[in-house]
Ligand binder design. Structure first.
Ligand SMILES: [Mg+2]
Length: 94
């Protein structure tokens, strides 16, 4: 699944129709859970039974709410990433 497909999937299954702090607050919550997983060093690619509380799970949770916020504010993450990379190329002299 690429970013376009990810955003479309989330748009189909989980959509708010107005700006709402819920997605942002969930993103912050998931960043906290990611911090806990990193501190616990739950590293590597987990199996389904190992997924709960792993760094991998929390990274996906963060990605989910980033994509949900992008949908809410009608932002195409792929296009924006490409634009940002152009700025980074200049900023970091890549
Ligand atoms: Mg989580």
């Amino acid at each position: 699944m690429n970013l376009v497909e990810l955003q479309a999937h989330i748009q189909a299954v989980d959509t708010l129709d107005r700006p709402d702090p819920g997605y942002f607050l969930k993103l912050v919550e998931e960043v906290g859970e990611l911090s806990e997983a990193i501190r616990a060093e739950k590293v590597g690619q987990p199996t389904l039974s190992e997924l709960k509380g792993s760094i991998a799970e929390e990274l996906v949770d963060v990605l989910y709410y980033v994509a949900a916020l992008a949908n809410l504010y009608q932002i195409d993450l792929t296009t924006t990433f490409e634009l940002k990379e152009q700025l980074n190329k200049i900023k970091y002299q890549r």
